[in-house]
Design a protein around this ligand. Structure first.
Ligand code: SF4
Ligand code: SF4
Length: 323
């Protein structure tokens, strides 16, 4: 497994990182034991970088795997959408406790939407800088789907690591092109920021070309690593083979491609509050116009949805699932 360094942080990562959103209660909802088994299979296969988030609720799965793992500890990244200093300080403490570790390697602002959103999170940035000074985290990061946000995050001296949406077809990039994203990442890289890509398979849209899409992202000179969601040992096996440059059997590629997923809103639970519509960075959700019964019902544009899970994290009644 190719090992790299996450920009100026000096943190060791493997090019292929494990993302835990797909196994979390937000998506496939694997029991803790089963999620831990998938993570352990990845670690045994040589993956040394694990990405989680406060909003994914996957800490128990990661913690169980870490408790059972006898090898070197993987580099750990987490994130929080906390807007202020107190919330971010609590988020770091929660991650340390829940994962049962003394330090989180990378802690990111989760899903920065635009420059105004970054300004509104000044307190959260300060809290992360303070956590870094205190040795509770090693690097401050920021994740985003948006070129508008990444343009200001690239080169920001307070931000050590970027976690951008980056895949071979530019799936999910609503405010710019893949080339535009590449230029931003080149600037970030020149400034020494570490970069690990999210959604290399476009939130499932590229699953029918998973081998090519994953091989592509791992070869891009702009990134140090890619976090790939894995929720089965079969997915781990396929991804490890691609990362090692080994052939993948057509049967395995086809089985993994058939594990299609899509967003589902439980109408029985939905209160039509509209929070998910506000939260979706892809403009994939909308409130339906109409009379009585229909008014405020949430419509889904599946071709825009990248299964990032932000809407389900914000739903007060947990009505949104990926099935
Ligand atoms: S946030 Fe949840 S309850 Fe509110 S409209 Fe969306 S699905 Fe319905
Ligand atoms: S609908 Fe939900 S999961 Fe899909 S892109 Fe929007 S926020 Fe992400």
């Amino acid at each position: 497994m190719e090992r790299r360094t996450l920009g100026r942080t000096g943190l060791p990562v493997t090019a292929l990182g494990l993302g835990t959103l797909t196994m979390s209660p937000m998506q496939r909802n694997l029991p803790v034991d089963e999620g831990a088994r998938v993570i352990l299979a990845a670690l045994e296969g040589g993956i040394g970088f694990v990405d989680t988030a406060q909003g994914y609720r996957s800490y128990p799965q990661v913690a169980r795997a870490l408790a059972e793992w006898r090898g070197p500890r993987p580099t750990l990244a987490s994130k929080s959408a906390a807007k202020d200093a107190a919330g971010m300080t609590r988020a770091v403490e929660e991650a340390l406790m829940a994962l049962n570790v003394e330090v989180i390697d990378v802690f990111c602002l989760h899903a920065v939407k635009d420059p105004d959103d970054l300004r509104a999170r000044e307190g959260a940035v300060e809290a992360l800088l303070e956590a870094r000074r205190r040795g509770l985290i090693r690097a401050v990061g920021a994740s985003s789907h948006w070129l508008g946000a990444l343009r200001v995050l690239a080169g920001d001296p307070r931000i050590d690591v970027l976690h951008p949406m980056f895949n071979r077809q530019g799936v999910g990039l609503l405010d710019g092109s893949l080339d535009g994203m590449r230029q931003i990442l080149q600037r970030a890289r020149a400034a020494g920021q570490g970069i690990y890509a999210m959604k290399p398979l476009g939130g499932g849209h590229l699953r029918h070309q998973a081998v090519q899409a994953l091989a592509w992202v791992l070869q891009q000179p702009e990134i140090d690593a890619a976090a790939v969601g894995m929720a089965s040992v079969e997915e781990v096996t396929l991804n490890l083979a691609v990362a090692r440059g080994q052939p993948v059997s057509p049967e395995l590629a086809s089985r993994v491609a058939q594990q299609s997923r899509r967003l589902f809103i439980n109408e029985m639970l939905c209160q039509r509050c509209g929070r998910c519509v506000e939260r979706c960075p892809q403009q994939a959700l909308s409130r339906q116009p109409g009379e009585a019964e229909e008014a405020g019902r949430i419509g889904i544009l599946y071709e825009r949805c990248v299964l990032c899970g932000y809407c389900s994290a914000d739903c007060p009644v947990f009505a949104i699932r990926v099935i």
